[in-house]
Design a protein around this ligand. Structure first.
Ligand code: ZN
Length: 140
């Protein structure tokens, strides 16, 4: 069962980020890396912020990271969340991908146990037949 309830707006992939969502559907985490200067970036963009190259590749990573920041959401910001609050939102830093940061939820740990630097790993939340969200769980 997904961490978040049905009824939320789901990602609408663009040309720039469709490969990210397609990989998530396969339960793989990928990050863009510039093929000119090697800089990783997230969220997906057509151009490198470091060298302005439009050449890039998608790199499959293991999905091991640490919590960079987190918060506890207590107000339902969408009607579908009225019975789901409180829930956590985490910003995960990925050392294996140039320390890019990805937002998600930590699905298996109460808010009181979260801390900056907490090791986490990716898990995949199948929201429906077409959408999978990369999420996070406590590292095993
Ligand atoms: Zn670059």
């Amino acid at each position: 069962m997904p961490y978040l309830p049905a009824g939320l707006p789901l990602p609408q992939p663009t040309d720039a980020d469709a490969p990210f969502w397609e990989a998530a559907r396969r339960h793989e985490l990928v990050v863009q890396r510039c093929t000119e200067c090697g800089t990783f970036r997230h969220s997906p963009q057509p151009c490198c912020y470091n060298c302005q190259s439009f050449n890039y590749e998608w790199v499959k990573i293991k999905g091991n990271g640490v919590i960079f920041s987190y918060t506890n959401v207590v107000h339902p910001v969408h009607p579908a969340l009225k019975d789901r609050v409180p829930f956590n939102v985490v910003l995960v830093e990925l050392p294996e991908a140039g320390n890019v940061r990805i937002v998600g939820n930590l699905v298996d740990t109460p808010f009181e146990d979260l801390y900056v630097g907490m090791p986490v790993e990716v898990t995949f939340d199948d929201m429906d037949e077409g959408t999978t969200l990369p999420q996070w769980k406590r590292a095993s």
